[in-house]
Design a protein around this ligand. Sequence first.
Ligand code: NAD
Length: 331
Amino acid sequence: MRERRLILITGKKGNALKAVVTGGAGFIGSHLVDALVARGDDVTVIDNLSTGDLRNIMRHLDSGAARFVRKDLLGEGWQDVVRDADRVYHLAADPDVRASAGNPATVYDQNVTATVRVLEAMREAGCSEIVFTSTSTVYGEAEVIPTPEEYPGMQPISIYGATKLACEAMISGYAHTYGWRSWVFRFANIIGERSNHGVIWDFVHKLGSNPHELEILGDGRQQKSYCSVLACVDAVLYAVSRTNEPFSCFNIGTEDWIDVTSIASIVTAEMGLRNVSFRYTGGDRGWVGDVPRMLLSVEKLKSLGWRPALNSEASVREAVRALLRDTGRIP
Ligand code: NAD
């Protein structure tokens, strides 16, 4: 690895935008790295590989298009990388909404403390652009659906959602205080190739162990918006290139939703399984902190000219196929 890093450092391009991607070996981060490399940016990934996987970005490391720094944002030794950056894409976080109820202080550290450490590293380094991946869960159980960015009564109902809202506030404070540009993106459920958590991942793995019965958390009627990871990354870069404010905030999602039982039916059909019995754990939500109905307004993004390419159902079907390929269940 040492030898590879030396080669990669000398391989930097002259006029390319220097981007740091925290969490760049993870699911969404690695797709962002793909897109940044494709447009010629000079990319450095910082990741502790807690949930990320180096294989997601290996071809960029091998080609010299990106370099990798294995560090934990809560530790030391990564801040120098930021010194060299034009922009930080900060994706590293603990993204597990369900598990966040079990370890709130740890989630706070992983999400809020890590974000403040990134902001401090940027301030000391003189780096003044940050892109941040937030979430629909900052709205809590919104009474306005589709929920716009200006929704007034933000009241997260999960620890995860609360930590992300706290991060947004800190980013706004830093950006306005120090004259930066910042972009916050509130994602619906993002799905697709390399996914490592979430309902589709859960169903595929459960059915891999027991193809006769599928446990579904809640009553299966939870309705949410699901967006392909490729569309998500496309929307992020689209909005960043067209806005220039100290603090810009955009929802990213599809314009419709799909319920959990329909997702279960798509997964079983795509896996070629018949006569699977669905066993519901009951209740209107899957876990403490689950928001049963989530649909984000994407009018603000659309006003810039962006459109989601697929609806929720098509995104789910595509993601199931990608996950089955990822896990070797179909070629
Ligand atoms: P992921 O777990 O695949 O990615 C997170 C990455 O961050 C991993 O590679 C992990 O190893 C790394 N990481 C975590 N803590 C770290 C630390 N302390 N130091 C260094 N690296 C660390 O998850 P993802 O789904 O790709 O999520 C990416 C971002 O998008 C997260 O901020 C998440 O909250 C946000 N988000 C995701 C979704 C979704 O549906 N997947 C929805 C809303 C928001």
